[in-house]
Design a protein around this ligand. Structure first.
Ligand SMILES: Cc1cc2nc3c(=O)[nH]c(=O)nc-3n(C[C@H](O)[C@H](O)[C@H](O)COP(=O)(O)O)c2cc1C
Length: 183
């Protein structure tokens, strides 16, 4: 669904940094718009400064539909709930793949066009960061501490699993080019 009469209240990301990092482990949305719009739940991310620009870095496993889109479009939006996450949105976007379904329809997301890039935000999770990918790098599993590698990258779990599996993450550093709250 497309939103109507949308308003964007511009924000200074630094003032919302605590809110964003607290929301992360409960699940926020990483949206991409390649062959179609798609949202996936992420629990890992890094807000900060890289190469003197404000940046948000995301970590995406090899077989996520999101990765195929990011590699094509090199941009994404981040959507953060202002309160608690909505269980149905987190269930659909965190356990199903854009390879199989249209998540915007299944999770009943209201999409709002972005201002600078071509990837919409999600009105239900109103705090929005528009990001352009500056750099992408696949993580080297052999350089990850043993205990973390065993827990996070079980080699007996196929990459199609929506949760922890054998696939490495690619880190995508996104320059934040716009930040606002949708209403
Ligand atoms: C709370 C939570 C946090 C997650 N964090 C990540 C993450 O940071 N990186 C990742 O690759 N997958 C993460 N996932 C798994 C993806 O959301 C899930 O595999 C999703 O179905 C992928 O969708 P896609 O194939 O449409 O990209 C997380 C799932 C949940 C429930």
């Amino acid at each position: 669904m497309r939103g109507k009469n949308n308003m964007k209240k511009r924000i200074d990301v630094n003032e919302y940094a605590g809110m964003i990092t607290k929301a992360l482990p409960k699940g926020i949305l990483l949206n991409t718009n390649g062959d179609k719009f798609n949202s996936m739940v992420i629990g890992w991310g890094a807000l900060g400064t890289v190469w003197s620009v404000p940046a948000f870095t995301v970590y995406v496993r090899e077989h996520r539909y999101t990765k195929s889109q990011l590699d094509k479009t090199k941009e994404f939006t981040i959507s953060v709930p202002l309160g608690q996450p909505i269980p149905e949105i987190n269930r659909v976007c965190g356990s199903k793949s854009g390879y199989n379904i249209n998540k915007a329809e299944e999770a009943k997301l209201t999409l709002e066009d972005a201002s600078v890039i071509h990837t919409p935000g999600v009105k239900e999770y109103p705090l929005t960061l528009e990001c352009k990918v500056l750099y992408a790098q696949e993580q080297d599993l052999s350089s990850i501490p043993d205990d973390i590698r065993k827990r996070m990258y079980p080699q007996d779990v196929d990459g199609s699993s929506p949760m922890a599996n054998r696939d490495a993450h690619t880190a995508y550093i996104g320059q934040i080019v716009d930040a606002y709250i949708l209403s």
